[in-house]
Design a protein around this ligand. Structure first.
Ligand code: IMP
Length: 433
């Protein structure tokens, strides 16, 4: 029998199927063993990708987790927004661990920069919304993408042209200070300090800046294997997520094409990472949310606190409607189920197999937020397995209720499961055959 995911294909993508925090970092790290390049296509330091091995925990925000494997080259695509300060902290953190980025990390000249005025604008907007606040990560993501769409953003490539950079920064600072003053004078920004820090940043990263789309095409042609890494999750997609409670990029598979300059036709396999239950951080609908003691229990057992902000995540049962939606939108071929071990101690587990809206069952995930706010999940109750499964290496060794649970997920999603993660470490993984 052939292991479903251990056999490498030339180009494959890993993305989140829920509201982020599915455990993509570990899956990318595992599949990195057979990849030559890992490329990220969207988001920014709002992401926190966690990998644990050799007793150490690594949390990366911009740089693909592939950097942790010395044979891998990493690419930051044009679809990302980069915060120069936290990006440099990440590089310093990696250096401190003996991990070099020299000739291993390439940044698209067309990626955008997050600058101090983006944080100030986001803060004002969030505060102004009162109870309607989105609950963003506070990393300036929305305003930076807004500048990109407004065609006034500052791109990584601008760092190589000091005259143009100075002009663009001066123009932006004037505009942004005007806006900040109009909304109540909550801080202002200064051209000189931004330019000084950008010049320094430019010097430090200029050797990494390139046309990454061209580079990826060349490398694929040479036969190099590419692993594409998504950030956040399907339900946080700016177009298809639970808008406005979403992030500001296309987390779904289309974002890969535009965020890397890679034609969809190049993709050989799409892997959807799905947690054995549901979580969400920030506000917005979460139909299977558990508001009482069970939600807290899962949060504590799963360590469900944001890797970027430390915020407690909202927890709920596995949502089959979300799984079907993500499979359809992204054309997912195979699932990686994560954190199954978190449910080890439960007497029973529930699986949402559909939604009812005003007495009628829905046949697909609704796009209208007022409908989603009102839907009643339809649950199947299944027995728990009451066994510690973190050391299990083979699917057949899992207790029957755990296998039944996985098979239920597989049936609902309509696609096979390729990996089951039963713990944070690399070896706490069951490869399906
Ligand atoms: P933003 O991306 O900081 O603008 O936040 C918008 C929404 O996306 C908020 O609900 C955040 O909590 C959520 N979000 C952004 N990045 C992540 C992530 O990496 N994991 C989980 N939720 C995220």
């Amino acid at each position: 029998m052939v292991a479903l995911l251990k056999d490498a294909v030339p180009v494959q993508a890993v993305l989140g199927t829920q509201w982020g925090d599915e455990g993509k970092g570990k899956v990318v790290d595992l599949l990195g063993e057979t990849a030559d390049i890992v490329a990220r296509y969207q988001g920014g330091p709002n992401a926190g990708h966690t990998v644990e091995f050799d007793g150490e925990c690594f949390i990366l925000h911009h740089i693909p987790t592939g950097i942790l494997r010395p044979h891998i080259t990493c690419v930051i695509g044009n679809g990302l927004v980069i915060n120069p300060d936290s990006f440099q902290e990440e590089i310093a953190f990696l250096k401190g661990k003996g991990i070099s980025i020299d000739k291993r990390l390439w940044i698209s000249q067309n990626a955008h920069l997050i600058l101090p005025y983006h944080h100030l604008i986001e803060k004002v907007a969030e505060e102004d919304k009162g109870s309607e606040t989105l609950g963003t990560t506070g990393r300036g993501i929305g305003p930076a993408y807004a500048d990109k769409a407004s065609r006034v953003g500052i791109r990584v490539g601008d760092l190589l042209d000091p005259g143009r950079l100075a002009e663009k920064v001066a123009w932006n600072v004037q505009m942004k200070n005007g806006i900040l003053e109009d909304v109540g004078g909550k801080g202002s920004v200064n051209v000189k300090s931004i330019l000084d820090s950008l010049r320094y940043f430019g010097e430090r990263i200029k050797a990494c800046i390139t046309d990454t789309s061209w580079m990826l095409h060349q490398e694929i042609q040479k036969g190099k294997r590419l692993l594409v890494e998504g950030a956040q999750g399907t339900l946080l997609d700016i177009d298809f997520g639970t808008y406005p409670f979403v992030t500001s990029s296309n987390t779904t598979i289309g974002g890969m094409a535009t965020g890397l300059g890679l034609p969809p036709r190049k993709l050989d396999r799409i892997i959807g990472v799905i947690k054995a239950y549901t979580t969400r951080v920030g506000n917005g609908p979460l139909p299977t949310e558990l508001k009482g003691a069970m939600g807290e229990k899962i949060r504590e057992m799963g360590g469900e606190y944001g890797a970027t902000t430390g915020r407690p995540r909202r927890c709920g049962w596995f949502d089959g409607m979300v799984a079907q939606y993500a499979v359809r939108l992204n054309g997912i071929d195979v699932l990686a189920v994560t954190k199954l071990d978190v449910l080890d101690t439960l007497d029973e587990v529930q699986v949402c197999i559909g939604y009812e809206y005003r007495g009628k069952a829905l046949d697909h995930f609704p796009l209208t937020m007022s409908v989603l706010d009102e839907v009643e999940p339809i649950y199947d109750t299944m027995p728990g397995w009451k066994t510690t499964i973190s050391d299990f290496k083979r699917y057949d060794d899992l207790p029957k209720p755990a296998r039944d649970y996985l098979e239920r997920i597989q049936t609902i999603a309509g696609i096979p499961i390729g990996i089951v993660s039963v713990g944070a470490n690399r070896d706490q993984t069951i490869w399906m055959e």
